[in-house]
Design a protein around this ligand. Structure first.
Ligand code: AMP
Length: 207
């Protein structure tokens, strides 16, 4: 079944990890604006490049992000959307271009989020995620999946991580409220193990 799933949650809540598992389980596309923007950091737009916004932990302007999502969803037969919408305008745009089967909010305490973000390491080649304490690779600095180099994202420093959480509460909370009002939002405890979180999300999707 070509599910259309939206995962909401603060930076570090586990959206990337769970989206990858959902995409795999259901054979649907993983649409993530963060990865799309990282791959196009120096793309010239009328607002400047995405890089300047991303390095400050700010949101990239809506028209740039909306266009990325529109194209990605048009190409996908079922999808899990991760990192979008991040404000009410984006949420309203999303409602215009698609219908969703499930909206899940991953709930994680702030200090846990900061620990997850600052300890996160990602593979420069395949994008796999690790954590220096919670999910260390077999060999420090080396990806278990592909042998690529593990790096820290520019915006995973403590200062920028805190800024990103501020941005989340200011801009994305209204998105959460929007779906809560619609009655389609289900909250899942994001502090359980990745497998437990995945099982709960699957229950929601298949309900
Ligand atoms: P992420 O990997 O989802 O944490 O996104 C990293 C950065 O990309 C964010 O801090 C924003 O600067 C930018 N970004 C990702 N998704 C969006 C979005 N939906 N709207 C605006 N900016 C975004």
């Amino acid at each position: 079944m070509s599910y259309r799933i939206l995962l909401l949650g603060a930076p570090g809540a586990g959206k990337g990890t769970q989206s990858a598992k959902l995409a795999d389980e259901y054979g649907i596309g993983h649409v993530t604006t963060g990865d799309a923007l990282r791959a196009n950091k120096d793309m010239e737009t009328e607002y400047g490049t995405p890089r300047s916004f991303m390095e400050a932990g700010e949101l990239v302007p809506d028209p740039v992000v909306n266009e990325i999502v529109k194209t990605a969803l048009a190409d996908a037969d079922g999808f899990v959307l991760d990192g979008y919408p991040r404000n009410l305008e984006q949420a309203e745009y999303l409602s215009e271009i698609t219908d969703l089967d499930a909206v899940v909010l991953l709930d994680v305490d702030d200090e846990v989020l900061i620990d997850r973000l600052t300890g996160r390491r990602v593979c420069d080649d395949c994008g796999a995620n690790f954590h220096v304490d919670f999910q260390p690779p077999e060999e420090p600095g080396v990806c278990d999946e592909c042998g690529g180099e593990l790096i820290q994202r520019d915006d995973d420093t403590e200062e920028t991580a805190r800024e990103r959480l501020e941005v989340f509460y200011e801009n994305t909370e209204p998105v959460v409220e929007h779906f809560r009002d619609e009655g389609s939002l289900v909250t899942v405890d994001g502090e359980s193990t990745p497998d437990e979180v995945f099982d709960r999300i699957s229950d929601v999707v298949e309900a």
